[in-house]
Design a protein around this ligand. Structure first.
Ligand code: ADP
Ligand code: AMP
Length: 217
């Protein structure tokens, strides 16, 4: 299956992507994770992306699209993938569609995680991410057993710079202006499914897997 997750920052895309991708045995491709890794390693790509990420703006399309094209061309993505954080605007969606057509592929389904803005702000303010394995935790809603330590791998947890309040507000504006139009774009394509992404993480995963089941080969 070729799946895209959409939803505002903090909707739970990364959280659900971990479970859905492992359940379906497809790679999870998170553009945010790839950018953050490159920033942490100080690569040329990381240096290009950093200023945009710090502001909460989108990294320019030509940089992002080239990165995703390379990643989707890798061996492990040939039989399916789960995209988290891409596409983020209509031009990225158009380019993805053309690229997949060139490879005789198409998206199977786009899963929208529906959550209201107050909940998203609560989620982002308590988000903690593992430096080593990128697992996502929340200090109240999904806390690790030991504060500051990842249960999955023992790595150190950190708060993302772009989860500060002012940046969060800006990222939500960017979402509304640039990314939310993808919901009607994919609805028009007939491949959009929305699920209620509130409630416990496991219940949202159940809803997501139930929504995806009819598309499984
Ligand atoms: P996104 O990838 O959409 O930006 P994340 O998956 O990083 O969102 O989730 C944002 C924060 O919300 C994380 O701290 C995560 O632990 C928490 N979270 C995710 N799903 C839920 C949920 N169903 N209920 C409460 N908190 C959640
Ligand atoms: P995320 O982890 O998905 O919240 O992404 C973190 C940041 O990475 C975003 O605020 C953007 O600066 C950048 N980013 C991630 N995905 C994209 C994308 N598809 N297009 C442009 N910028 C992106």
């Amino acid at each position: 299956m070729r799946i895209v997750l959409v939803g505002p920052p903090g909707a739970g895309k990364g959280t659900q992507a971990q479970f859905i991708a492992s359940h379906l045995a497809i790679p999870k491709i998170s553009t945010g994770d790839i950018f953050r890794y490159n920033v942490s390693q100080g690569t040329p790509l990381g240096r290009q992306a950093k200023e945009y990420m710090d502001r909460g703006d989108l990294v320019p399309d030509e940089v992002t699209i080239a990165m995703v094209r390379d990643r989707l061309g890798e061996e492990d993505a040939q039989d399916g993938f789960l995209l988290d954080g891409f596409p983020r605007n209509v031009p990225q969606a158009e380019t993805l569609k053309k690229q997949l057509m060139d490879w005789d592929q198409r998206l199977t389904v786009v899963l929208e995680l529906v959550v209201d803005e107050d909940e998203v702000v609560r989620r982002l303010s308590g988000r903690r991410t593992c430096r080593r394995c990128e697992h996502v935790w929340h200090i109240m809603f999904d806390p690790p057993t030991r504060e500051g330590i990842c249960d999955a791998c023992g790595g150190e947890l950190f708060q993302r710079d772009d989860d500060r309040e002012e940046t969060v507000r800006h990222r939500l504006e960017v979402y509304k202006k640039q990314t939310a139009p993808l919901v009607s774009y994919y609805a028009d394509e007939g491949i959009l499914i929305g699920i209620d992404a509130t409630g416990p993480v496991e219940e949202v995963t159940e809803r997501a897997l139930a929504a995806l089941r009819p598309f499984a080969r």
